[in-house]
Design a protein around this ligand. Structure first.
Ligand SMILES: [Mg+2]
Length: 235
């Protein structure tokens, strides 16, 4: 019997890639960059690297932001110092936050899970204030029972300790739990290594995950536990 459903947040429940594109288009306008594709590519490279450095505790949150902007701008032919980079980050951030939206199926699915008496647990990598605000702006917070954020907890996915903490807080065994996420390395493999059921969701157009939306998740959960038979049809 399933007694907990755990979730990644970004690009699983909230359209973080869409929000990033919103932020980047405002950043492009601010910096006078016309090649949005190149900007996006460079932002992705710099963000992957510096966000990992932040998660590992090697640089501060602010340093990670400054480096991402400076390296991205530099690759687009614009040199700047720290204070202009922080201003540019604020521009990016304003657009990014405006883009915080749940996916079309997120709220109705979480509502349904809660009505079945199953707690919703979030395990997300990032800083506490940002992720908590994102949960609130996207209207997800009211459906969530447990929130674990790496910046508050002190360890980031794929570290098993943050998944173990989720199970402890929910008071359930791994085989009684499900985890849903968009990253195989950070969500799926560590959850499966602990014995949780895990489903890889791919919201993008190139489908490589187990499921591409929560309707499909509902069908998969029905097969796992007959108590969840209403999940596939209520959306
Ligand atoms: Mg994610």
């Amino acid at each position: 019997m399933i007694r907990l459903i755990g979730w990644d947040l970004d690009d699983t429940l909230v359209d973080d890639m869409g929000a990033t594109q919103q932020g980047l288009s405002e950043l492009a306008e601010y910096l006078g960059i016309r090649d949005l594709e190149r900007l996006s590519e460079q932002w992705s490279i710099a963000s992957d690297y510096w966000f990992e450095q932040y998660l590992a505790g090697h640089v501060s949150l602010e340093e990670n932001r400054i480096r991402r902007i400076i390296e991205t701008a530099s690759a687009c032919g614009i040199a700047m110092g720290n204070s202009r980079a922080l201003q540019a980050f604020t521009v990016y951030r304003t657009g990014y936050e405006r883009g915080w939206q749940p996916f079309w199926d997120t709220i109705s699915f979480l509502q349904k899970i809660r009505s079945l008496g199953i707690p919703v647990g979030i395990v997300t990598n990032g800083d506490g204030p940002t992720q908590r605000r994102k949960l609130a702006v996207a209207g997800i917070d009211r459906w969530v029972s447990i929130v674990l954020i790496s910046g508050e907890f002190g360890a980031a996915k794929p570290d098993p300790s943050i998944f173990r903490q989720l199970l402890n807080l929910a008071g359930c065994q791994p085989h009684e739990s499900v985890f849903v996420g968009d990253r195989v390395d950070k969500d799926i493999l560590p959850a499966r290594a602990l014995g949780m059921h895990a489903f890889h969701i791919n919201r993008g157009s190139q489908q490589s995950g187990d499921i591409k939306n929560l309707l499909e998740l509902g069908d998969a959960l029905k097969a796992l536990d007959p108590h969840l038979s209403s999940l596939g049809v209520m959306i």
